[in-house]
Design a protein around this ligand. Structure first.
Ligand SMILES: [Zn+2]
Length: 254
């Protein structure tokens, strides 16, 4: 349903960063098994943001350091409880599980992700793998952190630039639409700076540079549509995306 993407950033020596392991318990365990089979060595998990489906745990990733932009105190037990409650309150998920009970989601990690190790004076991740730049912004969720795998020219963008989902706003933000535009601008600037060649969205399909540009345009057009109050974005054909769109329109009118 979510068409979730889990990404592995793997160095020549097998050093691996696991990005957003998700979403069912079986999938997370399968990902861990695939990493082990290849002899890769995961050193940490990166969460692009703090929504429940990006902070999941399971065999193969359990116990690894957890990093993200912002981050929480490692001793903040209430953080994980709140994420688990979000998962359990997810109406679309509950509906899906009624039909597919075997697709139970993985556990939320017990220890929250902490601020990522950063090479001082840069936006680079301080880790033993390939060079990774962090693009921090506040679209969709506070403390959203996209990654650019520099040598490969790959943007791993979390819940942005999806071919399946229209921009889903952080409706608790002071300026949800303006904040989203700023996030897209930050990603677009990173695309230019690092000459990005492909995009990996947290939900949906990867795409090449042309597709990346098309999604930037489509997401900006959708934000314009929200101002007008109507949209013929083709991604709204998916019923749950249409519901999310209606909820956003209603919230912005209040
Ligand atoms: Zn999200």
């Amino acid at each position: 349903m979510y068409a979730t993407t889990s990404t592995l950033v793997v160095g020549d020596d097998g050093t691996t960063l696991v990005v957003d392991p998700a979403v069912t318990a079986a999938e997370v365990a399968g990902l861990g098994a695939a990493v082990a089979r290849r002899g890769w060595r995961p050193v940490a998990v990166w969460s692009t943001h703090g929504h429940w489906d990006h902070v999941l745990d399971g065999h193969g990733v359990r116990g690894l350091p957890r990093w993200r932009v912002g981050g929480s105190r490692a001793d903040d037990a209430t953080w994980s409880t709140a994420r688990a409650r979000e998962r359990d309150d997810d109406a679309a998920l509950a509906e899906a599980l009624a039909t597919y009970p075997q697709d139970a989601p993985a556990d939320v990690v017990a220890v929250p992700p902490v601020p990522y190790p950063q090479i001082a004076g840069t936006d680079l991740l301080d880790w033993p793998g390939p060079e990774v730049a962090v693009v921090a912004h506040a679209a969709h969720a506070p403390d959203h952190g996209a990654l650019v795998v520099v040598h490969a020219g790959v943007l791993v963008c979390g819940d942005m630039l999806s071919d399946r989902e229209v921009p889903l706003l952080d409706l608790d933000a002071a300026d949800p639409v303006g904040g989203y535009r700023a996030g897209l601008d930050a990603l677009a600037a990173a695309v230019e700076r690092f000459d990005v060649a492909s995009v990996v969205a947290g939900h949906g399909s990867p795409g090449d540079r042309d597709e990346l540009e098309r999604r930037l345009d489509a997401d900006r057009a959708y934000l314009d549509d929200l101002g007008v109050g109507r949209s013929d974005d083709p991604r709204l054909a998916d019923p749950w995306v249409a519901d999310a769109h209606a909820a956003q329109l209603a919230a912005l009118r209040r």
